[in-house]
Design a protein around this ligand. Structure first.
Ligand SMILES: [Zn+2]
Length: 406
């Protein structure tokens, strides 16, 4: 472990080392092994460091059979026996903040709710822990957050070092180490003792704010998402901008935002209802008008209507209302656009089968459809004018009604 500079000092950002090995992974990626390195390899829930060796980008770092492989964008030149490494400090410090934040948050869950952490994931966007807990209510959420941030603000030292077995037995570890040699313990004295191989800042204050964002049930436990430090700061900046913009658009203050939103939603519901009532009234007026202008054929009244801006559902509704309002009505309705659609209907007092009328009309527009003697609908191609189609249907109605009277 003497080759791991990040264990001696987690703040080493650049270093110079002998190149001890060059190789190529199975997928063709070149890699280099150094006599010592500050690059942290993926492990213990913490993603690896990025950075450069010389001017060659380090894309990925992994420990394979005890050696740290720096996977590179291109191979190290053959004549480089020594190389200077520079790690991407912004990325690393972010990992240190999230990782140490996780130790503190998990310890707070133990302290406040005796709830153990069983999994940790540190992603590019999301950081999560799985906690053995039935439910996380608002009250517990607040208490845990309070306790964790208290530890941050008290600025305790975070000590990470390798310990011998004899000392290990004296430490109040929260969980047992998964390795049997080179056991490294991360300690926040009097608060948390954890076997851990990751990188951490020197004091809890550097973790910055610890903020729980939300939670969900996951395999019988609670999986909760949280962020620390600069991530929390960026998140706050974004949320503040969102709140400010919403308040501007809704013409209110931040404090009134929720009640203003509730008011607007209630207003919208009332408007929707009022609009629906007005539309119904309008439809009733239209029906009365149509019936007044209807052509009388025998004992029936014929309503013929073609429109471009109505759906077939609207035509069906119109036909339904008209025939129930006027049992002597026969409706021939059409809407024409890319497709031509027809709705034929008749009231109870008219002895005409509109499904039969439709069947004899649809061939004009190469259409398909069906229905019952009182109401039928179908659609086809607008190969001839909609007026011609309706005129054809009207003739059929006239013939059918004359046959009845004769
Ligand atoms: Zn750790």
């Amino acid at each position: 472990m003497n080759d791991r500079l990040y264990y001696q000092d987690a703040y080493i950002q650049s270093f110079t080392s002998q190149v001890t090995k060059r190789g190529t992974e199975e997928d063709g990626t070149p890699y280099a092994v150094l006599a010592e390195t500050a690059f942290y390899p993926t492990g213990g829930g913490q993603p690896c460091d990025h950075g450069v060796l010389g001017d060659i980008r380090v894309m990925d770092v992994e420990e394979v059979d005890g050696e740290v492989r720096h996977r590179l964008e291109s191979p190290l030149p053959e004549d480089w026996t020594k190389v200077t490494g520079q790690i991407d400090w912004e990325r690393r410090f972010d990992h240190m903040q999230q990782h140490a934040g996780q130790h503190i948050l998990s310890a707070a869950f133990l302290e406040v709710a005796q709830a153990e952490t069983v999994a940790f994931h540190l992603g590019k966007e999301r950081v999560t822990i799985d906690v053995v807990l039935e439910e996380l209510n608002e009250d517990l959420w607040a208490k845990v957050e309070q306790s964790a941030n208290q530890v941050v603000l008290e600025n305790h030292p975070i000590i990470a070092r390798f310990v011998e077995e004899a000392e290990l037995a004296t430490l109040p570890l929260k969980k047992q180490p998964t390795v049997t040699q080179n056991i490294r313990v991360v300690m926040i004295p009097d608060f948390d003792y954890n076997p851990c191989g990751g990188t951490h800042p020197a004091r809890t204050g550097e973790v910055g704010m610890i903020k729980i964002l939300g939670w969900e049930r996951h395999r019988g436990n609670i999986r909760l998402e949280f962020i620390c430090g600069w991530r929390a700061m960026r998140d706050y900046t974004r949320k503040q901008a969102t709140v400010r913009e919403l308040a501007r658009q809704l013409i209110t203050s931040e404090a009134e935002l929720v009640s203003q939103a509730e008011r607007i939603i209630a207003e919208r519901e009332a408007l929707k209802q009022s609009l629906a009532e007005k539309e119904k009234l309008l439809l009733e007026v239209e029906i009365r008008e149509q019936l007044a202008n209807a052509v009388t054929i025998g004992n029936a009244r014929l309503i013929q209507l073609s429109t471009a801006d109505r759906t077939i559902q609207e035509l069906q509704q119109l036909a339904q209302l008209m025939t129930s309002e006027a049992p002597d009505a026969v409706c021939l309705l059409a809407t024409s656009g890319e497709k031509m659609q027809l709705v034929f209907a008749r009231g109870q007092a008219v002895d005409v089968a509109v499904n039969q009328l439709l069947k004899e009309t649809l061939p004009l527009i190469q259409g398909k459809g069906g229905g019952n003697p009182a109401m039928a609908q179908g659609g086809g191609q607008p190969v001839i004018a909609v007026e011609e189609v309706l005129a054809h249907a009207r003739k059929l109605v006239e013939t059918a009604l004359q046959q009845k009277t004769n």
